[in-house]
Structures are given as C-alpha cells and as structure tokens.
Design a protein around this ligand. Structure first.
Ligand code: GCU
Length: 335
C-alpha cells in the first residue's frame, strides 16, 4: 500500500514537471513582457501631431499584438520639454515628443535647428529630416543622452506673432520682448533683430501674452491656432526664421530592453505615423491660416531677405564650431 502511494506520488511529480516543461516550450523561451509606455508632449489634443501619435500608439499595439501600449499625455501636463528630456534621462518618463530645438541645451550639435535661416524652405528641411544624416543625429543622442529619436513630425517653420504690432521688417522687433523656448540661440535671434527675449513654458504662453509679460512669441501657424493664441495675439508674420520639426523620443535603454520584434514594431509604427502626418500636414496648415483670419488675426508675409541678412553674424558665430559647421555644410549641399 505504502509502495503504491509512493509510486503514485512520483508519477504525479513527473506529470507536473513534464507539463511545466511542455508549457514553456509552447509559449517559447522569450515570453514578451507587456509594456505600458508614457509619452508626454506640450501640444493640445486637437493638434495634428497628437493625432499622428495616436496613430503611432494604435499601430504599435497592433504590430506588437498588444504587448506594447502607449499612453499619450498632452497639454504640457507633465511640464515643459526641457523637463521631458531630463525625465527621459532619469528614467521617470518613457517617451516624449519635443520640438527639435529643445535638444540644443543637451548637446550643442542640435543648435543647427535653432539657427535662423539655415534651411531655405520647408521642402529643404523635410529633405534633411528624411536623410541618413538625420539618422546619424538620432544615433548621436543615444550616445550623449541615452535617448533614441524614432521619427519626426512636421511642425512648420517658426514665425513671429505679437499682441498688437505687426512685424514686417527686423526693426519692428525693437523694444519688444518675445517669448522663446529654452534656447540661447532663440534669445540671441531676437536680440540681433533689436528686440529682447525670455523663455516661458509653452503651457504658460497664452497667459503671458494676455497679461503683457511678453509682447509676442514665435511658432508654427498650426500650433498658434490649435492653442488659441490668436485670441490674444492679433498679428502673425510668416518670418520663417527657423525650420523647427518635432521629434519622437524614447529612452534608449528602455527601448533596448524590448524584444527585437517589439523594437522593430515600434520603429515601423513611428515611421508609418510620420507618413500619416505628412499626408495631411499641408491641408492642416492651410486650414489653420483660415481659422486665424476668421478670428481677426492679420497675417503678414514680410520680405525675408532683411531678416536673414541681420542674422548672418549669428550663423557665422555658430559655424565656428566644427560639429555645427559640418551639419551646416551637409544641409547646404541638400538645397
Ligand atoms: C512647437 C512645438 C512644441 C513646442 C512649442 C513651443 O509648437 O511643436 O513641441 O512645445 O513649439 O514653442 O514650446
């Protein structure tokens, strides 16, 4: 009897062990961890870039069979872009969409995007963003910041707008205080044009203009419209001084911790969301111009030559830096 129950016990142990082994074979050795990633950005959820990132989240979920989920946190709820980059580095945030200008504080090479009139026009900028040189820049951020750039979204050029004074020539900036991003170059740009500038978080910009803390700022027309800035700034001038795309970032060590299949899926989803964004961008831009006019904003199209001329010394100053000069040359060659 005793022997019988001993044998029964042994067979039970064997069955459990075997079925455990069989189970692990069935699910494969690399059981994918389910990830939920938080992605912060400063724009409103009406902005096309938010919609493009929703597309990115959907595609990622689809392509990873639901093992990677992305939660998008808009409206600057988690702070401003400089904080996002710091949070990515510290590992308290997983992903962020920032204006490419926000990286200037972390590695000087990114200054090429904040320097005025480096790109001739939007097409010139788009060509660079799709080039292997841009991939090289993304890679440099992995080495210097532990941050990987996955893709970019067009945000248009940056243009000056003011509460009540049209900017039609550089001298019109004299005596004005402009809000800028956290960027030394943007401050210098306003100063070279005869004005002054102060950094303000994007989320506080509406109130800063409304209360007269600043006289104006610069942005793309879509960001201007989707954040209702036309309610407080009545003149928008297409000065196009900076081509300023957005980029989608992920903490690199977190990305490397995904399985190779998940990594490919996230990369593919990001690139596809850029395509989605580009398809409707021009239409969104035209619609934004119309919306502005409808609420009484006057749009100006100044001659850009005098602006570019006044800002040449600023470009020359930064071109003394070898790394920046290298990219300026590459950008020039793409004209
Ligand atoms: C652009 C950009 C944002 C950025 C904003 C700003 O709209 O797309 O990412 O926050 O500029 O001026 O701060």
């Amino acid at each position: 009897m005793k022997k019988k129950s001993f044998l029964l016990l042994i067979s039970l142990v064997l069955v459990i062990t075997l079925s455990a082994c069989g189970g692990s074979k069935e699910t494969g050795t690399t059981a994918e961890k389910t990830r939920s990633l938080r992605l912060a950005h400063t724009q409103s959820s009406n902005h096309p870039v938010h919609k493009s990132m929703e597309r990115f989240a959907e595609l990622t979920k689809e392509k990873t069979d639901g093992t990677v989920e992305i939660e998008i946190i808009p409206d600057g709820v988690l702070g401003d872009e400089r904080e996002y980059v710091e949070s990515l580095q510290k590992g308290v945030l997983d992903m962020a969409k920032v204006s490419v200008n926000s990286l200037e504080n972390f590695d000087e090479v990114w200054s090429i995007f904040a320097l005025p009139y480096v790109f001739d026009d939007m097409e010139h900028g788009q060509k660079f963003m799709d080039s292997p040189e841009m991939e090289e820049l993304y890679q440099s951020a992995v080495d210097t910041m532990d941050i990987l750039g996955l893709t970019w979204y067009d945000a248009g050029g940056r243009n000056y707008y003011t509460k009540d004074k049209p900017i039609e020539k550089p001298e019109d900036l004299e005596g004005l205080t402009m809000r800028v991003q956290s960027s030394k170059i943007q401050i210098k740009t306003a100063e070279y044009l005869g004005g002054s500038a102060t950094p303000v978080d994007f989320g506080e910009l509406y109130t800063a203009i409304q209360q007269g803390v600043v006289d104006g700022a610069d942005n793309g027309i879509v960001a201007f419209t989707e954040n209702n800035l036309g309610e407080v700034a009545k003149h928008f001038s297409f000065t196009q001084h900076v081509y300023s795309p957005d980029i989608l970032l992920i903490k690199d060590s977190l990305f490397k911790d995904l399985t190779p299949e998940q990594q490919d899926a996230v990369k593919e989803a990001a690139k596809e969301s850029t395509k989605f964004h580009s398809e409707t961008w021009e239409e969104e831009r035209q619609e934004a111009i119309k919306k502005c006019e409808d609420i009484g904003v006057t749009i100006h199209y100044p001659d850009l030559e005098p602006f570019a001329e006044k800002l040449k010394p600023l470009r020359d100053e930064y071109a003394e830096n070898e790394r920046i000069a290298k990219y300026m040359d590459l950008i020039n060659e793409m004209k």
